[in-house]
Every structure is written in structure tokens, then in C-alpha cells.
Design a protein around this ligand. Structure first.
Ligand code: NAD
Length: 357
């Protein structure tokens, strides 16, 4: 039976970068006889424009049936003034919550060919390979009640609720411990247990889980310290596990240690290993349609998709090897361009990966 991949190009540079990844996926499908089937659908601003809904029923339906989803990015200035429920991001958040994609895996790897792109000293970042596991469907981004209310004196007050159930902490903890087992066997749990009760419970559950993974060394760090340590000595980390909001911020910080957001993939998984794969960057409206976008983060996300949702390790590794080869050849999109590199367009970068395959 064919495995069904749903392509959600989205907005801005999304369609350009997903087209390159699709090309690579078609080639790998033929090369390894993977029996992949492809469908596409609208999400975000593109869906708002077409049917006035950032997550149309048809898209959600296809997403539920898909084995894996490859998403470009959503959002852009065109839709910034819309009310919250009509924002493109609602499409993304809706997919994450409807499919229960609670585990967000974000590797931050410094490719040796791009070591000079980091703003940190090479000795601080060279060989960097961190995995941030962020809880994605709970915490303060989803907690109820939330809103803006008027107080008795007429002043307005904004409020959100930071909640985690024990079961939510346990399942993200398991994903992180398992990731650590497959890597350097070190897990750092990041919280704010000196101030927030919800993260006191978080820490307690992480400690509890440790007995199931005796080969993994568990440590804890407050989020403010973690933010400092990531720029001071990032190589001390192997796997970091944290809640939705802290993970949002720390994973972007870790991403920038590598120098280019155009190189960073991500995976969001549920307990059935169904996943949505997407680059870490946004829709980059400033360069959309100019052929300048780096498609590599999306192409590497497609490799993660083959590995984590489809169990096709060999095909995933072949894509990663092809990406390494084009970097060795000195091919660079504008965002990762250095003095020695040869500048290529989005399309040329996709073609080069294809040729390297
Ligand atoms: P962004 O990541 O889109 O862009 C930040 C900077 O990085 C820009 O200068 C952009 O040109 C550059 N950049 C990003 N991806 C690139 C690539 N592949 N190649 C080359 N350069 C790249 O972040 P932003 O500007 O804060 O947000 C723009 C829009 O994207 C907003 O509407 C935001 O809401 C949305 N957004 C969407 C997602 C998502 O879909 N997952 C994530 C973040 C932001």
C-alpha cells in the first residue's frame, strides 16, 4: 500500500521551498522504491484567501489520513491585521492540536562547511549537535482561561494560563529520554521551578521517569540559565527537553548558534509517529518570489520525515549525504553565502541536491 505524504506549501517562500523538497522526494521515491503517494492542500494565508479559513476541513481531513505532512511556512503582512481566529498561524496550531503533535524535535547542527556563519567563535560551536525536544500542544499557548478582560476600574487586563497535566509531561519526557538514548545519553530538562508551580510538577515527573532510563544522565536547569549557557558553552548539551513557551524561545536561540535559519529542519510527532515536518523558519515575506530562499531546511525536513514517520533510514541518510555534498561543492543561497561560495538560487540549490542524489 502506498504511503501518503501531504504537502502544505503555505505562504511566502513556502511554495518555492516545498517545490524543491517535492522534487527531491520524487527522486528518492524512485531510487529506493518507497511507494510514496503525494497530495497537496491549502493552509494559512493561502487558505484564508481561498476559503476564508486558515485550516479548511478538506485540509484537516487529508492531514488526518496522511502518513506524514511536509509544510512550508504560513503567515505574512497581508494577514497581520486579522482577528486572532483568522490568523494564518491558527492553521498551524490547529494541525498541531488536531493531530496531537505534542513532540517537537528540533536539531541544531553546525555543518562544518558553514562554521564561519555562526556569530560565536568556531571553538565554541564547531561540532555542535543539539536536539531540543519541545512540548507543542500544551502549556501557556493553549491553557484556558485566556483573553483580555475589563476590570472594575475600567482598566483592561490580559491573561493566559500556564497548565500541564502529569500525563502531558510524562509523554514528552519519554520522547526526550528515548531521543537521548539514541544520541549522547544526556538529557537536560529546562524549567522555572523556582517560580512556577507547574514546572515544579514538570521537574518531579522528569525525575520520576529517570528510573525507566537508567542509561540516561538527567540534569535540570532554570530557563534563564539555559538561555545563557546556550551562548556560553552550547556543546555541554545533548538533548534538552522543555515546555512549549520556553522551547519556542530556546530552540530559536539554538538555531542561531548554527548561523542560518535556512538550514534547520523540525519534526512534530504524535504517539503514532505520524508527523508534520517543516523548516524552523517562517514564510520570509521579504524574499518571497525572488528565488533567494534556501530550500535546504525543507529538504532536510523531508529526510527527517523519511526517518521518523516512514522508517526509511537509508533514504533519509541519502538525502542528508546529498545536502552535505552540495555544501562541499561550495553552493550557497544568499543566506549562507561566504566569500568562497558560489551563489545559487532556490531552484538551482534543489537541482544540485537532485544531481548529488
Ligand atoms: P522568518 O523566519 O520568516 O524570516 C526571518 C529572516 O530570515 C528574514 O530576513 C528572512 O528573509 C530570512 N529567512 C527565513 N527563511 C529563510 C530561507 N529559507 N532562506 C533564506 N532566508 C530566510 O521570520 P519572520 O520574518 O519573523 O516572520 C515572517 C512571517 O512568517 C510572519 O508572518 C510569521 O508569523 C511567520 N512565521 C511562520 C512560521 C511557520 O510557519 N512555522 C514560523 C515563524 C514565523
Amino acid at each position: 500500500m502506498s504511503r501518503n505524504i501531504l504537502l502544505l506549501p503555505g505562504d511566502g517562500i513556502g511554495p518555492e521551498i516545498v517545490a524543491e523538497a517535492e522534487k527531491v522526494l520524487h527522486a528518492i521515491n524512485n531510487k529506493f522504491d518507497l511507494n510514496l503517494g503525494f497530495e497537496s492542500a491549502l493552509v494559512g494565508g493561502a487558505a484564508l484567501d481561498a476559503v476564508d479559513n486558515p485550516l479548511p476541513e478538506d485540509t484537516l481531513d487529508k492531514a488526518r489520513k496522511a502518513d506524514a505532512i511536509l509544510l512550508g511556512a504560513v503567515g505574512g503582512p497581508k494577514w497581520d491585521g486579522l482577528p486572532m481566529e483568522k490568523r494564518p498561524e491558527k492553521g498551524l496550531l490547529g494541525l498541531r492540536s488536531n493531530l496531537e503533535l505534542f513532540a517537537n524535535l528540533r536539531p541544531a547542527i553546525l555543518y562544518p562547511q558553514l562554521a564561519s556563519a555562526s556569530s560565536l567563535k568556531p571553538e565554541v560551536v564547531s561540532g555542535l549537535d543539539i536536539m531540543i525536544v519541545r512540548e507543542l500542544t500544551g502549556g501557556i499557548y493553549f491553557g484556558q482561561p485566556r483573553g483580555v478582560r475589563e476590570l472594575e476600574n475600567g482598566e483592561r487586563e490580559g491573561y493566559n494560563t500556564y497548565v500541564y497535566k502529569e500525563s502531558e509531561i510524562r509523554r514528552i519526557g519519554r520522547v526526550a529520554f528515548e531521543a537521548a538514548q539514541q544520541r549522547g545519553k544526556k538529557l537536560c530538562s529546562v524549567d522555572k521551578a523556582n517560580v512556577l508551580e507547574v514546572t515544579v510538577l514538570w521537574r518531579e515527573i522528569m525525575n520520576d521517569l529517570q528510573s525507566e532510563y537508567p542509561d540516561v544522565e538527567l540534569s535540570h536547569m532554570y530557563v534563564d540559565n539555559a538561555a545563557m549557557q546556550l551562548v556560553r558553552a552550547p556543546k555541554q548539551f545533548d538533548v534538552i527537553v522543555t515546555g512549549n513557551m520556553f522551547g519556542d524561545i530556546l530552540s530559536d536561540e539554538a538555531a542561531m548558534l548554527t548561523g542560518s535559519i535556512g538550514m534547520l529542519p523540525s519534526a512534530s510527532l504524535n504517539s503514532e509517529k505520524q508527523g508534520m515536518y517543516e523548516p524552523c523558519h517562517g514564510s520570509a515575506p521579504d524574499i518571497a518570489g525572488k528565488g533567494m530562499a534556501n530550500p535546504l531546511a525543507t529538504i532536510i525536513s523531508a529526510a527527517m520525515m523519511l526517518r521518523y514517520s516512514l522508517g526509511e533510514e537509508q533514504a533519509a541518510a541519502a538525502i542528508e549525504a546529498a545536502v552535505n555534498k552540495v555544501l562541499d561543492q561550495g553552493l550557497r543561497t544568499a543566506d549562507i553565502m561566504s566569500e568562497e561560495g558560489t551563489r545559487v538560487s532556490t531552484h538551482e540549490m534543489g537541482d544540485a541536491v537532485l544531481a548529488a542524489l
